[in-house]
Design a protein around this ligand. Structure first.
Ligand SMILES: [Zn+2]
Ligand SMILES: [Zn+2]
Length: 367
């Protein structure tokens, strides 16, 4: 067999193996459904009112949890727009240059027309050799997906997908609802778990389901709670997991809070402007994933002075170019310019309004 053939067979095998953790979770969830609904509620609970309430609440949480999990697994990660890909002539030009510095010169020229503010640690333009593109801010190449992923957070084996711009909100809801699911099971199963040890349960196989249901739900609750709290902190700070490990590098240096706009705007960047969509696992994040409002752009003399869509659009129009082909959404510009439509009464409000009155200048000082 040709080497390329064996490579594709190997890759195919890996693709199948990557689904094992997802299958494992699916089997546990299916068993938990059987154990809770049939063995606990229908077989063991005698009080009808209690049975009905438990079953109703359980099914609401179960549907939300499975929906969020499904969306996290099957939402395709978004890749950079075509403006970030090298044109045919630029590719040829880059290939002809063998010196790193001359290649950087070419990349710098291309990057000038793009809303790119971050650099590599050595200050060079972030370029993906494999995808042949200039990496947008917060975009990283995933070695498992073999693609550049917009606002990549991490590659999650439990969903066999990259968690990034397109599905981060669904991933957050998946964590929230799976935690709620486990906490609900733990809380309602507790009294029957105690009855197991005090010999208060009839001697059927249901009692062992009740026992293991309590153990597994409480153990998953602990690990999910720590992960959920960590990601809540990341959302508040507007950082991805990768950025929490290594702060993004701007032209003036690294800045771990470079993309932070204050709590409420950071939250709305992930969950969107409309409150009714917040608890639903559908995409409602703000922006296009290729560029992000940052309060630090004025410190970058080589880039457009404002990250808002109107400036980029007018700059492109002046040069007769078609960038952005998909202009930054109005919603993203609003992140920097307007006050939110929903009422806020936390301390973040004043801080945000201060930032909004003078976009592109104020630098948030976050701990
Ligand atoms: Zn790439
Ligand atoms: Zn990936």
């Amino acid at each position: 067999m040709a080497p390329s053939g064996s490579r594709s067979v190997k890759r195919g095998c890996w693709r199948v193996l990557y689904w094992i953790p997802v299958l494992f979770i699916a089997l546990i969830v299916a068993w938990s459904y059987y154990a809770y609904v049939l063995q606990l509620c229908i077989e063991s609970i005698e009080d009808t009112a209690e049975k009905v309430v438990y079953l109703l609440v359980y099914h609401v949480v179960f549907i939300l949890f499975v929906w969020a999990y499904w969306q996290t697994i099957f939402t395709k990660p978004m890749n950079p727009l075509k403006e970030f890909h090298l044109s045919h002539s630029d590719k040829e030009l880059l290939e002809r240059e063998d010196r790193g510095e001359s290649q950087q010169e070419i990349l710098r020229r291309i990057a000038k027309d793009l809303p790119i503010y971050t650099r590599t640690n050595s200050g060079a333009i972030r370029f993906c050799d494999r995808c042949q593109l200039l990496k947008p801010d917060r975009c990283h190449h995933c070695s498992v997906c073999d693609k550049c992923i917009l606002k990549m957070d991490h590659h999650c084996p439990w969903v066999n997908n990259c968690v990034g711009f397109s599905n981060y909100k669904c991933f957050m809801l998946f964590l929230a609802y799976s935690l709620l699911y486990c906490l609900f099971i733990t809380a309602t199963d507790l009294q029957y778990f105690i009855k197991f040890w005090t010999k208060g349960l009839p001697d059927t196989q249901a009692k062992f389901h009740i026992l293991f249901l309590f153990f597994s739900a409480s153990m998953f609750s602990v690990s999910l709670a720590s992960l959920f709290i960590y990601h809540c902190w990341l959302v508040c700070k507007n950082r991805s997991t990768l950025e929490a490990v290594r702060a993004p590098m701007f032209r003036h240096g690294t800045d771990k809070s470079g993309f932070s706009l204050g709590f409420s705007k950071n939250f709305r960047q992930v969950f969107g402007d409309e409150v009714k969509y917040w608890p639903i696992p559908v995409f409602s994040s703000l922006g296009d994933g290729c560029s992000f409002p940052t309060c630090l752009v004025n410190l970058d003399p080589e880039q457009p002075s404002s990250p808002t869509g109107s400036n980029l659009a007018s700059k492109s129009a002046a040069e007769g170019r078609q960038f952005p082909s998909k202009p930054l959404r109005e919603s993203q510009s609003r992140l920097l310019t307007s006050t939110p439509s929903w009422s806020e009464n936390d301390s973040a409000t004043d801080k945000d309004k201060k930032g909004a009155s003078n976009p592109g200048v104020t630098i948030e000082n976050e701990a």
